[in-house]
Design a protein around this ligand. Structure first.
Ligand code: CUA
Length: 314
């Protein structure tokens, strides 16, 4: 898939198009101000340079000019009011959009430092990699946090929205183009704020249906990984992680039912490969300092077994 830049100037979804439009309006107005002020400053610098014949006397002073004071008070206020009204109009247009009955629904929960992604209507739980169909039907995203304030931001799809404990926020996206779009947490939330990345994969309708069907499957029960599965079930892993169809039903960490369908570990900090997965289970802090998952202190043999089991969870 093509590498896309997290640029607000390359929108692919209605709220992001609106934000770019607004950015151009604001840039246009401020560019005019810049040129007028800068032009006057340059003109004054050149026109009123100290002449060689200067007699050193103070020039006539302008003081207490009501017209000038009124002008430099009223004009900036008018400019700010215009910027405010234009911005307010865009905000209301985006945030005020009612949710259509047939909209796709996703709940994204911010954690230190990863994103839990739930599809309540579809019975899917995943992490850090949001999948949506390309569509005129928007996807409405409910935002919640279990710990501190995070901010959900995919620049090409929509504006930033804070993710606040005990408050539910909402954003919506309607990506017009299939592809992969990158985003990140945009509110400082602790040590691994910078390691709280997310991607949005926009699929064609058929591809999305296939993804949904695969995610809805229960976890694979590969006979070759039975030993690892039993070991996993006997360890503290199950207190934090869910593997659907097993005794593991923790909700503190990411759902691992289809962990191998995800391309990264640790919310985007490293690619998900057999080697990095093994290293992660061994000691997450070595790869993501501050990660809340503890090092499991497994023997090398047990580590291999647990990793082998996790690798079957496609
Ligand atoms: Cu979560 Cu910054």
């Amino acid at each position: 898939m093509s590498t896309t830049t997290p640029s607000i100037f390359a929108p692919v979804s209605t709220p992001a198009f609106a934000i770019r439009e607004l950015a151009f309006v604001v840039l246009g107005i401020t560019a005019v101000i810049f040129l007028v002020v800068g032009g006057l400053a340059v003109y004054a610098l050149i026109r009123f340079r100290r002449p060689r014949t200067d007699d050193g006397r103070e020039p006539p002073q302008v003081y207490g000019s009501r017209q000038i004071e009124q002008a430099w008070t009223v004009v900036p206020i008018l400019i700010v009011v215009v910027l405010f009204l234009v911005t307010a109009r865009y905000i209301y247009a985006i945030e005020g959009r009612p949710q259509p009955a047939d909209a796709h629904e996703v709940t994204v929960v911010g954690h230190q430092w990863w994103w839990e992604i739930r599809y309540p209507k579809l019975g899917i739980v995943t992490a850090n990699e949001l999948h949506v169909p390309v569509s005129d039907k928007p996807t409405f995203i409910t935002l919640q946090s279990v710990d501190v304030i995070h901010s959900f931001w995919i620049p090409q799809l929509a504006g930033k929205m804070d993710v606040i404990p005990n408050k539910t926020n909402r954003v919506w996206i309607d990506p017009k183009r299939v592809g992969k779009y990158v985003g990140q947490c945009a509110e400082y939330c602790g040590l691994q704020h910078a390691g709280m990345l997310l991607t949005v994969t926009v699929h064609s309708t058929e591809e999305f249906a296939r993804w949904v069907a695969a995610q809805q499957m229960p976890a694979r029960d590969d006979v070759k990984a039975r030993e690892g599965r039993e070991l996993f079930s006997s360890l503290a892993c199950v207190n934090c992680h869910t593997v659907r169809g097993t005794t593991a039903n923790g909700v503190f960490g990411p759902d691992l039912t289809h962990v191998m369908s995800r391309s990264t570990i640790g919310a985007g900090v490293i690619p998900n490969t057999p080697e990095t997965l093994r290293a992660w289970v061994d000691d997450p802090s070595a790869l993501k300092p501050g990660a809340l998952m503890p090092a499991m202190k497994l023997s090398r043999n047990d580590l291999d077994k647990v990793t082998a089991y996790l690798l079957t969870l496609r």
